[in-house]
Design a protein. Structure first.
Length: 185
């Protein structure tokens, strides 16, 4: 029988205290449930053809979060820990604000369907599908990464941050791309 090697994320998560695991798990499930409820359990609503203010705010928050993530990465490469921490907390706050405005927007308009046909529809779904999957994954990863940095467990923080940063960047940037394709093509 072959040994199964646990993924770095799962084995890393197991290294946390039961209280930290519980809080991260509960927050992650709550976010996932809130998104599912807003998108699929609320009554069907019709989405307007032009972006409402909250859709634009969502895109701006995602773009700003991506800028803070990249700037924070530059700061940590330059060993400026204080500036790195400020940027990463800013990215987290912007992403949390994004979640609130995302839920508010979709509670008002429901799920917004892509209006175009042809090859661009394939491109849209090629961006959207990994965006949705990674958006669900990034919640516990982001919380775990921030928790480790905040508690000065730097070796463990670095280990998970190598996964978290590129995934979080993809989610933020692809969120802007999805907005542009939905409302500005």
């Amino acid at each position: 029988m072959t040994n199964l090697v646990p993924s770095p994320v799962v084995s890393t998560f197991a290294a946390e205290s039961p209280a930290a695991r519980w809080v991260i798990a509960v927050l992650s499930v709550a976010v996932f449930a809130a998104v599912l409820i807003v998108l699929y359990a609320l009554p069907e609503r019709s989405a307007p053809g032009t972006p409402q203010a909250l859709a634009t705010v969502n895109a701006v928050l995602n773009a700003c979060a991506a800028c803070f993530l990249l700037t924070g990465f530059v700061f940590i490469r330059r060993k400026n820990i204080k500036a790195h921490r400020t940027c990463m907390i800013s990215a987290f706050v912007l992403s949390a604000l994004f979640l609130v405005t995302y839920l508010l927007h979709h509670a008002q308009v429901g799920s917004v369907h892509f209006p175009h046909e042809g090859w661009i529809r394939g491109v849209y779904f090629a961006v959207l599908v990994p965006h949705v999957i990674l958006a669900a994954v990034i919640v516990p990863l982001g919380l775990l990464t921030i928790y480790r940095g905040w508690t000065d467990r730097i070796a463990l923080h670095r280990k998970i941050a190598r996964w978290t940063l590129p995934l979080w960047l993809y989610v933020s940037v692809s969120g802007v791309a999805v907005y542009l394709m939905l409302y500005h093509l």
